[in-house]
Design a binder for this molecule. Structure first.
Ligand code: CTP
Length: 415
């Protein structure tokens, strides 16, 4: 495909270099048209080197090629990212002061705007009206992601991740003109990693969860346009960029963080490996081996079942609009045994926990924990046909997040 990539003058312009890479690596021929302001953030040389095509923002360069007509005419797809408030306004009012706005007026194929600006600008009546105008004329305008913005502020206005814009662009090119990111406007809380239950100041009871699955889910949800809160127990991998992170150690801390985050989340995914038991007593000093007393015996007590409590809290909130449609997803690691197979145990667990979806891993000693690949079955409380998903943890996560998006498709995002 011939793609024109219009770049607006916002700090998020640097992220568009990755988007350009995704397009070229997929075999597309990309011409970048930055606005004058965009070249203050990322220079023309970067766009030329990455696209392999000449870059200009003036209608007076290469006049003999009539670029202001040709580029728009020839493009199979135009993507504008970041679409600033100014650029949306100029496009909505049909201005033609530079090469990019000329090209937009000459466009014959689909046009996608990926906005990025401060929340106040995005929510301003003028911007809302411009977005409506562009959409009514058939352009696709993505909802921006929520999260940390350029300064200390946060809220809706972040440029969606390059992977998300890429997916939207491909969907648009295939004729899905009303495509939106599947989790745009949603808040998703994800727990990840393994809890650690202290015995004394230097020892703990832990488990082998690496956090890879939870982190992959956070990336997939973020790329689907969601605002993501990651509740991170012990993890062997770093938390991804673009998500809020709350660090916890024990099951009790994870419970508090999860219940607090769930209060205004559209989706809660419990991917953490939560210890079912913790030592009844935590020694304030290091437990020493001694010849004059018997070896210590560790007594364990039950930890709260967080998933169960999340479901109870959601159900108890009755018709509270923020909670009514909350989707709760559990994970189950099962081995099966002589008493029952993996699916039978998983179905019983789904009933017991009352969550909406249960993602079931089949574990052997060498499977799942710390591994990069995975194969799961997604069970639904509605009794829908079990769905299989296999592949890398990223692929499995993408399948889970796509399913979450499908479950929420009849629930409009909260204002
Ligand atoms: N979970 C939880 N709180 C716990 C234990 C588990 O919220 N105290 C969550 C996990 O995050 C996961 C799901 O419950 O989403 C299933 O966890 P699992 O340990 O497999 O199930 P258990 O309830 O421990 O059941 P069993 O011991 O019978 O396998």
């Amino acid at each position: 495909m011939r793609i024109v990539l219009g770049v607006g003058g916002g700090i998020a312009a640097y992220k568009v270099a990755s988007l350009l890479r995704l397009f070229t690596e997929a075999g597309h021929n990309v011409t970048v048209i930055p606005t004058e302001a965009a070249t203050r953030f990322v220079g023309v040389a970067t766009w030329e080197a990455l696209s392999g095509n000449p870059v200009s923002n003036s209608v007076f360069d290469d006049v003999h090629q009539v670029n202001h007509v040709r580029l728009g005419h020839e493009a199979d797809l135009i993507v504008v990212a970041p679409a600033t408030a100014d650029l949306l306004a100029r496009a909505a009012t049909g201005q033609a002061g530079d090469l990019l706005t000329n090209t937009l007026l000459m466009a014959r194929g689909p046009v996608l705007f990926a906005p990025a600006m401060h929340t106040e600008m995005w929510q301003h009546a003028a911007t809302r009206a411009n977005v409506e105008t562009l959409r009514s004329r058939g352009a696709a305008v993505l909802e921006p992601a929520s999260g940390r913005l350029t300064g200390t502020d946060s809220g809706p206005g972040r440029l969606p991740e390059p992977e998300a814009i890429f997916d939207a662009a491909m969907a648009l090119a295939q004729g899905q003109s009303d495509y939106q990111l599947p989790l745009a406007g949603r808040t998703v809380t994800i727990s990840a990693g393994g809890t650690r239950e202290p015995l004394d100041p230097v020892r703990f009871l832990g488990n082998r969860s690496s956090g890879k699955q939870g982190v992959a889910l956070a990336v997939a949800a973020r790329n689907a346009g969601a605002t993501v809160r990651l509740i991170a127990a012990h993890m062997d991998v770093p938390a991804p960029a673009g998500v809020e992170v709350v660090t916890v150690e024990t099951a009790v801390q994870l419970r508090e963080a999860a219940l607090a985050a769930a209060a205004d989340s559209d989706v809660v995914i419990m991917a953490a490996a939560v210890a079912d038991f913790r030592p009844a007593e935590i020694s304030g000093t290091k437990i020493k081996k001694r010849d004059d007393t018997a070896d210590p015996v560790i007594t364990l007590v039950r930890n709260p079942d967080i998933l169960l409590e999340l479901v109870e809290a959601r159900n108890a909130s009755g018709s509270h609009p923020a909670r009514r449609n909350q989707l709760i997803v559990g994970f189950a690691a099962e081995t099966g045994d002589s008493q029952g197979d993996v699916l039978a145990y998983a179905e019983a667990k789904l009933k017991r926990k009352g969550c909406d979806l249960l993602v079931v891993n089949h574990v052997g000693t060498d499977k799942v924990f710390g591994q990069d690949t995975n194969s799961v079955v997604i069970l639904a409380r509605t009794g829908a046909e079990p769905q299989l998903a296999a592949g890398s943890k990223a692929e499995v996560s993408a399948a889970v997040i796509t399913r979450v998006g499908q479950e929420l498709r009849h629930v409009s995002p909260r204002a």
